[in-house]
Design a protein around this ligand. Structure first.
Ligand code: PNS
Length: 163
């Protein structure tokens, strides 16, 4: 039984994240999408809101489970007995941060393997921060996030988006 953790802040979940989850769900028996509280990033959405959106966006995948976590990723991996971490890589600019994090996690727990997956080219430019940066300007986001969470995003900030 191959179990993998897909950790992230998911502030909010995007079509790029869903693409990675879809790919991972065909490669592993179980994917645990782990939503980090991540107070250092001061997320726009609360952890409860982010978990709710990730659950909605992944409900069609039968082998995907969604949880929240407040601990170190290595401690979560012990708790879940899962030694595979999935991360999405979109461009060269992602590599530095991802390699640093991957090596830091490996220095804490050598059994932990980080596996990088590439999203479809059409999603390669999408990030949660791009979505958040469009919101104050009523920028169109319907092509960036799953349709089922559009309402949750708009409700949160009272933004009148042009959808
Ligand atoms: O979506 P993000 O913000 O790039 O995800 C970063 C995340 C949540 C995977 C990372 O910050 C993390 O693993 N946080 C948990 C705390 C931890 O283990 N930190 C040490 C990683 S070097």
């Amino acid at each position: 039984m191959k179990k993998a953790i897909y950790p992230g802040t998911f502030d909010p979940i995007t079509n790029g994240h869903v693409d990675i989850i879809q790919r991972a769900s065909t490669l592993f028996d179980e994917i645990i999408v782990a939503v980090a509280e991540n107070q250092t990033k001061r997320p726009m959405f609360s952890i409860e809101e982010r978990i709710r959106m990730v659950k909605k966006a992944t409900k069609c995948f039968s082998n995907v489970k969604v949880i929240g976590f407040h601990s170190l990723l290595v401690d979560l991996s012990d708790e879940l007995d899962a030694n595979i971490v999935i991360r999405g890589i979109r461009a060269v600019s992602d590599f530095e941060y991802e390699f640093q994090m991957g090596y830091a996690n490996a220095s804490l727990k050598k059994e932990l393997e980080t596996i990088f997956l590439m999203p479809s080219l059409e999603y390669a430019f999408i990030s949660s921060s791009i979505v958040r940066s469009l919101l104050p300007f009523n920028g169109k986001i319907e092509h960036l996030v799953p349709h089922c969470i559009l309402g949750d995003i708009l409700k949160k900030e009272d933004y009148v988006c042009t959808l």
